[in-house]
Write a protein that binds this ligand. Structure first.
Ligand code: IVH
Length: 695
């Protein structure tokens, strides 16, 4: 099986993706021959589907790498996606997950804090089954269903209107003229899934691994007649705009959906409080086996739509809903080896190499053991039979060993105290769980991984500078820090052994590489932040930071200023939605390290960082304005006021400067009022603010 299986597609480098696609093309071809011609499949259908799924996921991320012999184009392939792309009028958000009761309670506390409610205030929650299918958006215009799309990446989906029209649960016409987008889940019932698979088996066709795949495969048919022959269903559960129907609660919204002719899940329940909601979850967990379709958890939604509107959305999910997943799928297998990997930041991570096993339809041969303490705590040893688990999309984990099955000669694992890559000391700093290689810039694992990250797709995205080149340049001493990428050409022109004379390179390819590098001398702020490779600061967070700080200068100054947790800069940083205190610590630590600041400084002499664009233009009076809040607002928490300002395109700062446009003053306001007066900045009271921030 493929060794790269467990690297999430989003982490693959261009080179790795290329290698894996080549491997997958060969492997899938081999399995097709075994299955179709020799009737001697070596792997289960679920594993086969996984290979294909992985192949298309990689192709989707790296469309330029799609091979001529890609399995996607071959017979035996599920049909190629050639649907038109459609941009959703409003993004199709995903949901944040809760994995235990504590997560659910924390979610509700966040809601209560955000809305500024008291703990005792009533807060109704609608609980619904989380259907394990595919989300779709149905767009109605003048009462007609005229455009239906898959979720896609949330912003852009595929036009599957004709296929959706074959689903009888979806009304073609509704008695409501307004334009609106109804959202819900397409799914297949167990009995239909089994009947289809039985038929496919009889026809010698490969069977579907699960009802979700069957529903997806059926919806993805280019010929809608095939979809029509597949019994698909649809549960409606959301709208693209809270105000799409004249109701004031989600519960009433569901009722109206029924009146309009949609099918709403009959198990949805209006809960009065968290206890109610949690017992709904427990009941459904037990009774889910009796359902005629798959569900993978429960979705909790705040019932009042005015609350939903105020809560709004964070970067990827609504703040008014959460998915409480059912526990993860588990399996037993043998731990063959514990291999220590060294990451970009020097952290030594133990990875369990396992005898391959299928867990929830996916073949798993690697799992994380997290860190040294985890291994000690669980006392897992090479040769042990272990329990592993996959929860959602997260990397599989080793839960523990089955002691009765332990081989007699086994020994506890001893964690290395030197880096397996560069031989430097690997040290655990006080209070840290991770052991880190202190080799920093001499540790090839770290340097080359950092450089690979720096040029990766979401970061500088330098075409033609793949991991192989990075490693080779590093070995030759040509690249040590990111800035070396931008001085490569100048140094090369003076070199006695220029690249174009070296093996594997020609005049043209060297020229192409330099051009690709030069094209990236201007870079958007969010990409630059992401490229720095700060622990925990991924693409989405980098976007949040860029949007908040707008310019690199402001970002850097604020993070450096945030070293003091009492400072406004620190409060401002953790006040950004989506930035928690542990992320803030990593950001601060990064800028606290003089070496990192030097690298940034030298980079700035080679590149230009573009200011972040404002989200969109608007005529709202708050758009593009800088607002400072001070004192306590009566009707709205500070987070809500900030979120509202940001939605309207304003930037919320924590201190008053000449650049501030408005200061909103609540009760017990402090010195900021004086600052505002000093600079002659308009002061708004809470009432003014409420009027002004109306949408
Ligand atoms: S509400 C803006 N309700 O779960 C919120 N989603 O993991 C829209 N899902 O993308 C989602 N059952 O495809 C909602 N009753 C339900 C759901 C549900 C299944 C899916 C949906 C979503 C995914 C997030």
């Amino acid at each position: 099986m493929n060794d790269l299986f467990e690297i999430p597609v989003s982490n693959l480098t261009l080179e790795e993706a290329k290698t894996e696609l080549a491997h997958l093309a060969k492997e899938i071809q081999r399995h097709d021959v075994l299955y179709y011609l020799k009737d001697r499949p070596e792997i289960s259908d679920a594993d086969y589907d996984h290979l294909r799924g992985r192949n298309s996921a990689i192709e989707k991320r790296f469309p330029e790498l799609v091979r001529k012999d890609s399995p996607t184009f071959r017979v035996g392939a599920r049909v190629v996606s050639q649907f038109h792309k459609v941009r959703h009028q409003k993004p199709m958000y995903s949901l944040d997950n809760a994995f235990d009761e504590v997560d659910v309670r924390e979610f509700l506390s966040r809601v209560i804090r955000f809305l500024g409610l008291s703990e005792e205030a009533p807060l109704e929650i609608v609980a619904e089954p989380k259907i394990d299918g595919l989300a779709a958006n149905l767009h109605y215009q003048k009462g007609q269903f005229h455009l239906g799309a898959t979720r896609g990446d949330g912003e852009v989906g595929e036009d599957i209107t004709e296929n959706l029209k074959t689903i009888s649960d979806i009304p073609r016409q509704i008695s409501l003229g307004d334009e609106m987008g109804i959202r819900g889940e397409v799914y297949m019932k167990h009995s239909d899934f089994m009947a289809i698979n039985a038929e496919r088996e009889a026809q010698g066709e490969p069977v579907f691994a699960n009802p979700r795949n069957a529903a997806a495969g059926s919806l993805r048919q280019l010929d809608a007649r095939i979809t029509a022959a597949r019994p698909l269903h649809f549960f409606a559960y959301a709208c693209d705009d809270v105000k799409c129907l004249p109701v004031s609660s989600h519960w009433a919204f569901l009722e109206s959906l029924k009146t309009l002719g949609f099918v709403v899940n009959p198990l949805a329940k209006l809960c009065q409080n968290v206890e109610d909601a949690l017992s709904y979850y427990e009941d459904l967990k037990t009774s889910r086996a009796n359902l005629t379709y798959d569900i993978d958890g429960v979705v909790f939604k705040i019932n009042r739509l005015d609350y939903q509107e105020r809560l709004g959305f964070s970067a990827r999910a609504p703040r008014w809903a959460i998915a409480y997943k059912f526990p993860a799928e588990q399996a037993q297998t043998i731990l063959k080896e514990i291999v220590i990997q060294v990451g970009r930041t020097g952290t030594l991570t133990p990875v369990a190499h396992l005898q391959a096993v299928t867990v929830g339809g996916v073949v798993v041969s690697r799992a994380t053991l997290h860190n040294e303490d985890e291994i000690t705590r669980k006392d897992v040893r090479v040769g042990d039979t272990v329990f592993i688990q996959r929860a959602g999309d997260v990397i599989p984990q080793v839960l523990g060993a089955i002691l009765e099955k332990r081989p007699s000669q086994s020994a506890p694992f001893s964690f290395p105290t030197v880096c397996p890559i560069c031989g430097s000391h690997a040290i655990r700093f006080p209070g840290e769980v991770a052991r880190k290689c202190i080799g920093g810039l001499i540790c090839p694992a770290q340097v080359s991984l950092r450089l690979r990250h720096f040029v990766s797709r979401g970061a500088f995205d330098i075409e033609g500078l793949g991991s192989k080149h990075i490693d080779a340049f590093f070995e030759k001493g040509l690249l040590k820090t990111p800035v070396d990428i931008f001085t490569l050409e100048a140094r090369d022109s003076k070199s006695l052994t220029p690249l174009r004379l070296q093996e594997g390179w020609g005049g043209q390819s060297v020229q192409n590489l330099f051009e690709a590098i030069n094209r990236r001398r201007e870079i958007p702020l969010s990409r630059f932040i992401y490229a720095l490779g700060i622990p925990q600061i991924g693409e989405a967070t980098s976007k949040l930071l860029a949007r908040h700080y707008q310019s690199f200068e402001a970002f850097e100054t604020s993070i450096i200023g945030a070293q003091n947790p009492e400072s406004e800069a620190f409060q401002d940083l953790i006040g950004i939605d989506g930035i928690g205190s542990s992320m803030a610590e990593d950001l601060i630590a990064f800028f606290d390290e003089p070496h990192n600041r030097e690298i940034i400084q030298s980079l700035l002499s080679e590149i230009k960082i573009l200011e972040a664009e404002r989200p969109q233009t608007s005529t709202h009076p708050l758009f593009g304005k800088s607002v400072v809040f001070t004192g306590t607002l009566e009707n709205m928490s500070r987070s809500e006021a900030k979120a509202r300002a940001e939605i309207l395109g304003a930037k919320v700062s924590s201190s008053v400067s000449k650049k501030t446009d408005f200061v909103v003053v609540g009760k017990d306001a402090g010195s900021k009022v004086k600052d505002a007066e000093k600079y002659d900045i308009p002061i708004l009271n809470e009432e003014d603010w409420e009027k002004m921030s109306q949408k």
